[in-house]
Design a protein around this ligand. Structure first.
Ligand code: C5P
Length: 237
């Protein structure tokens, strides 16, 4: 397999492969928070996120949510379909937490029904600012149709993931998705879905099984992610 690294992000590297239209994603052990201000290497995080993300993308595919995932090829790597990432981070919230509480003073734990969908401009240098449909139009980041499709798909992902996590006695509080465009111009769910990109609370204790463990020094991240993986029926490889 050729190993030209096309892109290195905070948590993953993307490589070309010798298969047309297929990229290899390698999950890193690096943990970052607050737009890179807090940074640590947490051994095993890459394996856990690769495994959890693979499991969730496979399950979403089975439930009819098209996504870029092809197959997991090693502990820390997966093959995905080549897409160009739309520079919009889509956040879906079922329960108020994080920046929603900070920005608007909504009480933490307030239920959102129907769920709240937010757009953020994917730009580290600008700190990923919150944006409206009109910002997206002005900046020409996506068409109205693409935006509508992303919203429908984000809510579908929520409708599949919420009961899936609930079976594992975990509440899906909120999560971030990214979408990509195929060469044919179709919108596909992409990037990753993992405890790095979701807030997941134990339904009884309310304890975090997600990156808040690292962000706010709430406990051992790898133990939390491992527990989540096992509850979801994943392996312990
Ligand atoms: O920080 P905030 O409350 O806006 O985060 C909402 C959700 O989106 C959380 O689950 C968080 O982990 C995720 N997120 C992310 N990447 C970002 C911003 C938020 O995965 N750049």
């Amino acid at each position: 397999m050729t190993t030209e690294c096309l892109y290195e992000g905070k948590a993953k590297r993307i490589y070309t492969t010798d298969q047309e239209g297929i990229f290899r994603v390698a999950y890193k052990d690096d943990a970052t928070a607050f737009n890179g201000e807090k940074m640590e290497v947490l051994e095993g995080k890459g394996r856990l996120n690769n495994e959890i993300s693979s499991l969730l993308f496979t399950m979403l595919h089975e439930k009819g949510v098209d996504n870029h995932f092809v197959e997991r090829v090693s502990e820390t790597e997966q093959l995905v379909r080549q897409v160009s990432i739309v520079p919009i981070e889509v956040v879906v919230r079922n329960i108020a937490a994080g920046s929603l509480v900070k920005r608007y003073g909504i009480e933490r734990g307030t239920e959102m029904d129907p769920p709240l969908v937010e757009w953020y401009f994917k730009d580290d240098a600008l700190g990923d600012p919150l944006m409206t449909d009109d910002h997206i139009r002005v900046m020409d980041l996506a068409t109205r149709e693409e935006l509508a499709k992303m919203k429908v798909m984000a809510l579908q992902v929520n409708a599949v993931l919420k009961p899936f996590f609930k079976e594992a006695k975990v509440d899906l509080i909120d999560f971030k998705l990214e979408f990509g465009k195929t060469a044919a111009g179709d919108i596909l769910l992409a990037d990753e879905i993992s405890p790095d990109t979701c807030r997941l609370w134990d339904e009884e204790s309310g304890e975090s099984l997600d990156k808040d463990l690292f962000r706010f020094n709430q406990g051992n991240l790898q133990e939390g992610y491992e527990q989540l993986l096992q509850r979801l029926g994943g392996t312990n490889a």
